[in-house]
Design a protein around this ligand. Sequence first.
Ligand code: PLP
Length: 395
Amino acid sequence: MEIIGSDKLNKLGSYAFAEVDKLVANLKIEGITPIDFGVGDPTSPTPEFIRNAVKEAVDIHANTGYPSYIGQIEYRQEIVNWMKKRFGIDLNPNTEICSTLGSKETVFNFPQAFINTDDIVILPNPGYPPMKNGAIFASGIPYFVSLKEEDGFLLNYNKIPNDIAEKAKIVWINYPNSPTGTIADLEYYQGLISWAEKYNIIIASDEGCYIDIYFDKKPHSILEITKKGIITFYSLSKRNNMTGYRVGWVAGDERIIEKLKKLKTNIDSGTPNFIQAGAIKALQDESHAEKMRKEYKEKRDIMIDAFKQTGMPECKSEATFYLWLKAPNSMNGVEFAKELLSKELAIVVTPGAWISDVDENNFNPGENYVRFALVPSLPEVKTAAEKIKNFYSKK
Ligand SMILES: Cc1ncc(COP(=O)(O)O)c(C=O)c1O
C-alpha cells in the first residue's frame, strides 16, 4: 500500500529550522552550547500562583466531563473584565467571546468558516505560518502583502489591487507584530476598517499574543474602534508564560463569533476547566505581566545597544519579544544566521526568509533579515551581546 499525503499537505513547507538544527547539533558535538534566540517559546516558568490555581482546580473538577466548547462563564466573564480594564471595551460574554485552545488552532481553522474555493485571504508577509496554511486548507488563495520598512512594517492595504480586494474575504493583521515588533495605532486601524468595509472583508486581528509585551507605548485593540466585521485573537501563551497550557480566546463581532463557534464544536472539545481556572487567575493579576515586560525590555535594550555599538543596521522594536534585524555587511539573512552560528559566536537566530514568502512582485521581505526571539535568560542575553560586540567590532 502506498501512503500518499494530500495535495494540500504537500503544499506545506518543510520544517524551516532543520538546517539550523544540524548546525546546532554540530556545535554541541564540539561541546559548545549555543545561545538560542531561534524559537519564540519563553523559557521562564509559568508563575507559581497560576500553577497553584490549576493544581487546586484539578481536584475541584474531579469529575471532568467534557468542558464547555465556548469556555465556562466564569472564564468568559473574566475576559470581559480584562478587556474592559485594558481597552475600555464592553463585550457580551455570551455572544462576543469564545474560549480557544490558544491561538494557533483557531488561526488555522478560522478561514474554514468563511472561505469558499478560491476566495482570497490577504496575509501579512512575514506572517504567522498558520494564517497562510489555514487559508490553503480552507481552499482559499493566500495573497501576501509584504511588510516593508518604508511602510513602518504596517500592512499597506492601499497597495492591494482592486481586483484582489474584491475577491478577498479575510484580511489578517498582527499588531504588535511578530517578527518586526511594530505596533499599529488607532489611526491605522481606522483606515484599515474603512478599506475593509468598502470591500466587505472580515478583519482577523491576531493582536492578543503580544499585546502586553510592549516597551514605551501601550498597544491598542482594533475593537476600541468597532466590533463590526472584526474578530480578534488572544492568547495567554506569551503574556503569562503559558504556552504549554493551550488557552486563549477570540472576541469581536457576534456574527463572526457565532459562525466560528459552529465550526469549533466540530473540531475541539474546549479548554480543560482546570486550565481555565489558571487562566482566570492569570488575567486577574497585572504584576507578573509588568515584571515580564521589564525583563524583556532589559533584554531588548542590551541587544539593541550591542547592534548599535557594532554599526549594525538600525533595529527598533516597540513591542513583542522579537528583534527584526537587517543583516550587516551585505550578507543576506541566511548568511548572517550562519555566521552567528560560528564557533566564536554560537548564537541561534531564525533567518527571515524562512518565515516569509515570495510576494507577487517576486520579493521576499525577509531575505535580508534575521529574527531574534528574546527568550534566553538575562545572563545568556548579556553573554550574546558581549560576543556580538567583540566579534563585529573586529570586522
Ligand atoms: C503572531 C502569533 N500569533 C499567534 C501565536 C499562537 O500562540 P498560541 O497558539 O500559543 O496561543 C503565536 C505564537 O508564537 C504568534 O507568534
